[in-house]
Design a protein around this ligand. Sequence first.
Ligand SMILES: *Cc1c(COP(=O)(O)O)cnc(C)c1O
Length: 396
Amino acid sequence: MNEQLQNDLRAELEDLESKNLLWNPKTLEGPSGAKTKIAGKEVIMLCSNNYLGLSNSRILKRAAIGAIKKYGAGSGSVRPIAGSMDIHIKLEETIARFKRTEDAIYYNSGFTANSGAIPALVREGDIIISDELNHGSIIDGTRLTKGERMIYKHRDMNELETRLKEAKAKNPKRILVITDGVFSMDGDIAPLDRIVKLAEEYGACTYVDDAHGDGVLGEHGRGIVNHFGLEDRVDMDMGTFSKGFGTMGGYIAGTRTLKKYLLNKSRTWLLTGSHPPGTVAASIASLELLEKSDKLVKRLWRNTKSFRKRLKEAGFDTGVSETPIIPIITYDESKAAKMSQRLFEEDVYALPIVFPMVAKGRARIRTMMSADHSKEDLEFAIDKITKIGKELELVK
Ligand SMILES: *Cc1c(COP(=O)(O)O)cnc(C)c1O
C-alpha cells in the first residue's frame, strides 16, 4: 500500500481511538437471538434490532430454503433487466397489503431506498425540510439532491412551521418534509400526526422512515402510519426489513404512480443486483406471519414496558424512550464505555453511545428489547445492570 496513505489512515484511526469512537465489532458465533454466543460464551443480547426475534425464525428459514431450491442462490441481474422474479413482485404486493397502500417498491436496503428515492424526488428548485436527528441515510440522500435543505429542531413543530413558511416564501416547485418515525438514539416517536397536518396546510409532501417502527408500532406491527391512523395521508412510507422484520431489504410504500416513477428514476434501484430469492421469500414469510398474528408484537411490548419500569425503579434515567429502544443514561462518556465493558464481563451485551452520536454529557448504554427475551433473560440483565450501575455510582 502507498506509504503516505497508510500513514494518513493510521493517524485518523488513532484520532478516532483517542476519542473512543473506534468500532471494534464483536463477532457473533451463532444466530442472533435473545441470547447469542460471542467470544466463546453465551451472552444476553441487548443491542440488536431484531425486535421480534424473526431473524432466526423457523418459518422464515423454511421459506428461504424453499426459495433457494426453487429459484437458486442469486437472482442473476439488476431488477430492470433480468432480476425481477415473481417472488420480488409478490414481496412488493405483500408490502403494499401490509402497509395498506396501493403499491410498494422494494430496494436492496433501507439505506439504498433513502439514498436513491430522495434524490429522485427532490429536484433543483425544490426544498427538503428535515428533522435534525434524521438517520444518516436520509442525510446522504439529501446531499445527493439538487434541492435546498432546511433543518428543524428535533420534533419541534413550531420550528417546522417556521421552516414551512420560509420555504413557501421562496415559491419552490415542491416541498418535502422528511422524518424518522422512531429515533434510534432516544427511542422517541416523531409526532407524525402533527407533521402531516402542517405539511397539508402548507401544501408540502411527506416522507417517513419507519425503520424502527416496522414490526413495532401500529396493529400487528404495521408501523407508524398505522399507529397514528394516517393511511393515505403520508406520501412516502419508507422502511426496512433489516430490523423488526428480521431479514434485509428496504421499501417505499405509496401509490402505483410513485412506484413507477421511482423504478424509472432511482439509481440505487436501477443499477444494483436484486436480492437473492432466499431473502425475498423470508421477507414475504415475515409479513405473512405478522398479518396472521400479533403475538410477537404484543410480547415485545410486554417486555419493553416491564424492562423500562424495572430500570426506572432501580433509579436509572431512561430519557424520553417510548419504544423498545431504551437508553440507560450515564451522562459521563467514560462511564458509558466502562458500563458496556463490565456488562460484557457479566454476560450482557449492550453498547455505549457517546458524543457526537448524542449530545455531550448525554452518553448512554442503549438497550433494545426483543419479543425473544424471556422473563429470566430480562431479570438477569436487570440484576447485572443494577450491580454495575452501583459500581459506577449511577444508582444507589
Ligand atoms: C437502519 C436504518 C436504516 C437503514 O436500513 P437498512 O435496511 O439496514 O439499510 C435507515 N433508516 C433508519 C432510521 C435506520 O435506523
